[in-house]
Every structure is written in C-alpha cells, then in structure tokens.
Design a protein. Structure first.
Length: 255
C-alpha cells in the first residue's frame, strides 16, 4: 500500500506541477522557484489523501510515462488561461508601436521578452486583477476536480485535449484586436486628419511636428480611459478559459 501511495503521489505531483508552472503570475521568470515548489508540495499533500487508492505498482518506465502525461495535462490546463495574458501582451505591444513607444522597449525578465512600458504595466495590472478575482483558486479547484474524472494512471487521449487547446488559441488574436483596436483607430484617424492638413498647408509641416505628440498623448489618455473595460475583457476571457479547462478534461477523458 505504501508503494501505491508513492506511485499515485508521483502522478498527482506531475499534474499539479504542470498547472503551477503554467499558471499566470507563477509562470513568470522572476517568481522564486521556492514559491512554486512549496505550492506544488503543499497542494499535492492535500490532494493525495482524497484520491481513491487502487492497487497500482507499475514499473519505472511506465511510471515515468504516466507522470509525463500527467504533467502535460496540467500544463495545458494552465496555459489555457495564460493564453489570455499572451494576447494582452500582444495587444499592448501593438498599442506601443502605434503611439510611438516602439523605441522605449526594455527587456522584461519576468516574461523573457522586450516590452514597452504600456505592455509591462498592463500585464502586471491584469495579473493583479486575476489574483484579486480568485481565478487562480478556481483553477486549483478544477485541477482537484479533474482527479475525479481522470484518476492518476488512467489518462485518456491527450491529443484530444491538445485539439481543444489549439482551438482556443485563437483567443490570442481576438483579445489583442479588442484591446488595441480603439487606439489603432484613433491613431489612423489622427494621421489621416494631419495628412489632409499637410496637403492643404504644406508649409506648416504639422504631420511631423504635431502628429507624433498627438498620437502619443492621445493614445496614452485613451489607454487610461480604456483600462476598466480592458480588465473586464480579461475577466470575461478568463471565465471562458475556465470553461475550456472543463471541456479539455472531458475531451481527454472521452478520448
């Protein structure tokens, strides 16, 4: 029985590790590894006694294979939500480029990419909203519930779950367009208006002397005004991602 607990615990540890590593906020590079390790061990310790134990003593090769499958399932569950923050980052980068902050990009070690100040600010605020809305707790609850539907060692078809993940990945483009669309439209109308003025009064040269400042200041003001709706959009997509996690689990179970 001790070996059964040990084998089940190893597979539970694999699924929990995948979710924690891919969860928004915890997946950042500047998050201390010790925090992740403590959370993984703590959640595993809590969940293992609640899982029904059946005699299960596979060989080392089979145990390794099952643990990798469990890790991949947890990782896909976590990245379904993380896709939203990737789309947010993509949208804010479009905004930075359009309003003239492309040259102000700096390397963001937490996401291992170069981001403008707007992108870094928006992503950090979105993660704060994510944590404040307890979405991370809902993810952990869905993870615990998944052990009832897919017990450790009874993995179904992971490719069916990957199909759900790939289908939902279109949220990357969707959320980036919804976030950056108003500011891109503003910059386009501003450039169009100034281009018309430049044609009417070529000597004024307003397109270069005024256009950049209007795009920058107007874009920042509009971005500030849109922040509440931006976070509402993020929460709406997070709710969809939580639903997709359940669909993914059912797809893997049914496969």
């Amino acid at each position: 029985m001790f070996l059964t607990h040990l084998y089940i615990g190893a597979m539970v540890l694999g699924r929990i590790s995948g979710l924690i590593i891919a969860m928004p906020g915890l997946s950042m590079r500047n998050m201390p590894n010790m925090v992740r390790i403590i959370m993984i061990i703590g959640i595993t310790t809590i969940l293992v006694p609640t899982i029904p134990m059946t005699p299960f003593q596979p060989g080392l090769v089979v145990l390794t294979q099952h643990s990798i499958q469990e890790f991949l399932l947890g990782f896909m569950m976590g990245w379904l939500v993380n896709l939203i923050f990737a789309g947010l980052s993509m949208g804010t980068e479009l905004i930075s480029t359009q309003i003239g902050q492309a040259a102000a990009k700096q390397f963001n070690p937490s996401m291992s990419t170069s981001q403008g100040p707007i992108g870094t600010f928006a992503v950090l605020l979105a993660i704060t909203v994510f944590l404040g809305a307890d979405i991370h707790l809902q993810m952990i609850y869905l993870l615990a519930e998944s052990f009832d539907r897919i017990p450790p060692g009874n993995m179904g078809n992971l490719f069916a779950g990957m199909a759900v993940w790939v289908e939902f990945s279109s949220v990357l483009v969707d959320i980036s367009i919804r976030i950056s669309g108003p500011i891109i439209a503003f910059v386009f109308l501003n450039n169009f208006f100034l281009a018309m003025l430049s044609r009417l009064a070529p000597n004024m040269n307003v397109f270069f002397s005024v256009g950049f400042l209007v795009s920058l200041i107007g874009g920042m003001v509009l971005f500030t005004l849109l922040l509440p709706s931006l976070f509402t959009t993020v929460l709406d997509y997070c709710a969809q991602a939580l639903l997709q996690i359940q669909i993914l689990v059912e797809a893997v179970r049914g496969g």
